[in-house]
Design a protein around this ligand. Structure first.
Ligand code: TMP
Length: 210
């Protein structure tokens, strides 16, 4: 595979949407052909699975069901969209990926990490992102920013403790794979967040020219 696979992760209220656009615009500006997509979602079937996952119709969904739905959506997304784009040399920019599964279903719901790793290997083989940008914000700050939004979905209505476990889960992952992760302090104002992101992207694109 020749294209770059970049993923963006963040806690609630970390400014993921705004910064996704910033990263997309940067990459296009420096000449990448960028395919922007998201998880869960990115294909018609995977978007339908996303609706199931986020809907309050299924409050109390079993955690294993949730995990398997996430990976079902991912299998479809990988085969139909992500892998073909990477093979065609495109840069794939994905809003969340399997790191979110380790954080939400693993740290958040308490599913054993090995189960997630088994599904990861099954569905992805050896495919992993080349770069993962994690927008880190303390839960209290993130939640304050997120409260002004539309009605909370099935995940967003969880307790503070759930989001704290998720943040800690992400931070632990970043320690395990420091080469792949770039942790951005997203508690500061937007301009200061984007200075940090720009520096990560400058490094990435410089590296690619060598
Ligand atoms: P979003 O907030 O980035 O749109 O993502 C939708 C929700 O899906 C978010 O609350 C996190 C959750 N999610 C998981 O629980 N597991 C996953 O593997 C992914 C990709 C997302």
């Amino acid at each position: 595979m020749t294209g770059l696979f970049i993923t963006l992760e963040g806690s609630e209220g970390a400014g993921k949407s705004t910064n996704l656009k910033y990263i997309y615009d940067y990459l296009v500006r420096v000449g990448h052909q960028v395919l922007q997509t998201r998880e869960p979602g990115g294909t018609p079937l995977s978007e339908s699975i996303r609706e199931l996952l986020l809907s309050h119709d299924y409050d109390g969904m079993d955690s294993d069901t949730e995990l398997l739905l996430v990976f079902a959506a991912r299998a479809e997304h990988l085969k139909k969209v992500i892998i073909p784009a990477l093979k065609a040399g495109q840069t794939v920019l994905c809003d969340r990926f399997t790191d979110a599964t380790y954080a939400y279903q693993g740290a958040g719901r308490g599913i054993d990490e090995q189960r997630i790793a088994d599904l990861e290997t099954w569905v992805q083989g050896s495919l992993r992102p080349d770069l993962t940008v994690f927008l880190d914000v303390p839960v209290e700050i993130g939640m304050k920013r997120a409260t002004n939004r539309s009605a909370p979905d099935r995940f967003e209505k969880e307790q503070l403790s759930f989001f704290d476990r998720i943040r800690q889960g992400y931070l632990q992952q970043t320690l395990k794979e420091p080469d792949r992760y770039r942790v951005i302090d997203a508690s500061v104002d937007l301009a200061a967040v984007q200075v940090q992101i720009k520096s990560v992207l400058d490094q990435l694109t410089d590296n690619n020219q060598h």
